[in-house]
Design a protein around this ligand. Structure first.
Ligand code: ZN
Length: 308
C-alpha cells in the first residue's frame, strides 16, 4: 500500500481526524467534539490505531502555540482561555501516543496551506488566508511554507484606523479593545449593533462599515507581505455581498498603488473566496504531515498506543 498521512484539526468546538494524501484521496475521517486535552489526544490516537499507520501526522490547532522547533515547549498550546488546554503538550503528546513524526501549526495556517496547495490559492506561491468569524485569523504561506517568525501571524490584532466620531464603539478585544478583530469580528458586529451579524439585513449600515474595516486590514497585509493572492473566508463572509463590497473598498483604498491590475480591474481574481470549505483545516494538517521530517519521532519503532 502506498504512503498515507494523518491530519488532525483541533478546533475550539470540533476535532477532525483524517487519513490520506489530499482532497482526492481521503481513506478515513472522523469528527468529534473537542473535550479535555488528554481525552482528546486519546480519541485521536484511537482513530489512527484503527487504520493503516500513517508515515507522519500533522496538526492544525487552535492557538496560541509554541512553534519554535528549538524550544523545550515546542508544540505546546500556550496561554489560552480554553479550560485545561494552557500549557498542554499537544504535539509531543500525540507524537508519543502514535510513535510517528508529528508536525504542528495553527488551524488557520493549516487552512492556508491547504488552500494554497489544492484550493483557491493553487498556482500562487505566497498566499494569505484570512478568516473572519469569532475572531480574525490569518495564515501566511510564503513560497509554499507556513510563515512563523517570532511567534506566528496574529493579524487579528492589527491596529487599523478607527474614527471614533463615526464609530464610537470601543471594540471587543480583551487586550486591545479596538484592534482589527476588536472592531470587525463577528462578536464585534454583534456587540456594536446589538444583534448577531447573520440577522442584520443586507442594507444595514453594519455591512458598509465591515467592508471598510476588512479592506483597511487587508491592505496592511498586502502592503507588508505582498501575497500573490488573498483568500477571505469565515462565518462573517457567509453574507454573499460582503466579499464584493470589500473588493470595492480595497481597490479604492489602494488607489492604484502598488501598481498592479490585481489591485485594480482584476481584483476579483486577487481577493477570492476559499474553495475547500470546512475540510481546509484537516487537509492542511495532512499537508503539514507531508512536509514533516521523519526525525521528529521520538520513538519511531514503538507501536501506536492510545493515551489514557
Ligand atoms: Zn487585539
Amino acid at each position: 500500500m502506498s504512503e498515507v498521512f494523518g491530519g488532525v484539526e483541533t478546533g475550539g468546538t470540533w476535532c477532525a481526524c483524517a487519513l490520506g494524501t489530499g482532497p482526492d484521496r481521503i481513506l478515513a475521517e472522523h469528527r468529534f467534539r473537542t473535550g479535555p486535552p488528554e481525552r482528546t489526544v486519546a480519541r485521536i490516537a484511537d482513530f489512527f490505531a484503527a487504520h493503516p499507520r500513517p508515515s507522519a501526522v500533522g496538526i492544525g490547532a487552535f492557538g496560541p502555540l509554541d512553534l519554535d522547533p528549538g524550544s523545550p515547549t515546542w508544540g505546546h498550546v500556550t496561554a489560552t482561555p480554553k479550560p485545561g488546554w494552557s500549557g498542554f503538550p499537544l504535539a509531543p503528546g500525540l507524537r508519543d501516543a502514535l510513535a510517528v513524526p508529528v508536525g504542528i501549526d495553527t488551524d488557520v495556517a493549516a487552512a492556508a496551506l491547504a488552500e494554497q496547495r489544492w484550493g483557491a490559492g493553487a498556482g500562487a506561491g505566497t498566499v494569505c488566508y484570512l478568516t473572519v468569524g469569532t475572531g480574525i485569523g490569518a495564515g501566511l504561506v510564503i513560497d509554499g511554507r507556513c510563515h512563523h517568525g517570532l511567534v506566528h501571524p496574529e493579524a487579528g490584532h492589527l491596529r487599523i484606523p478607527h474614527d471614533r466620531g463615526a464609530d464610537p464603539f470601543a471594540g471587543v478585544c480583551p487586550v486591545h479593545g479596538d484592534c482589527w478583530e476588536g472592531l470587525a469580528s463577528g462578536p464585534a458586529i454583534a456587540a456594536r449593533w446589538g444583534a448577531e451579524a447573520r440577522t442584520l439585513a443586507d442594507d444595514h449600515p453594519a455591512w458598509a462599515l465591515e467592508a471598510e474595516y476588512l479592506a483597511l486590514g487587508i491592505l496592511a497585509i498586502v502592503s507588508v507581505a505582498s501575497p500573490h493572492r488573498m483568500i477571505l473566508g469565515g462565518g462573517v463572509l457567509a453574507r454573499p455581498a460582503l466579499l464584493d463590497a470589500v473588493r470595492v473598498r480595497l481597490r479604492a483604498l489602494a488607489a492604484g498603488y502598488p501598481p498592479t491590475p490585481l489591485l485594480g480591474e482584476r481584483i476579483g481574481e486577487y481577493l477570492v473566496a476559499p474553495r475547500l470549505g470546512s475540510r481546509a483545516g484537516v487537509l492542511g494538517a495532512i499537508a503539514i504531515a507531508q512536509s514533516t521530517p521523519a526525525t521528529t519521532a521520538r520513538a519511531p519503532t514503538e507501536p501506536a498506543r492510545p493515551v489514557r
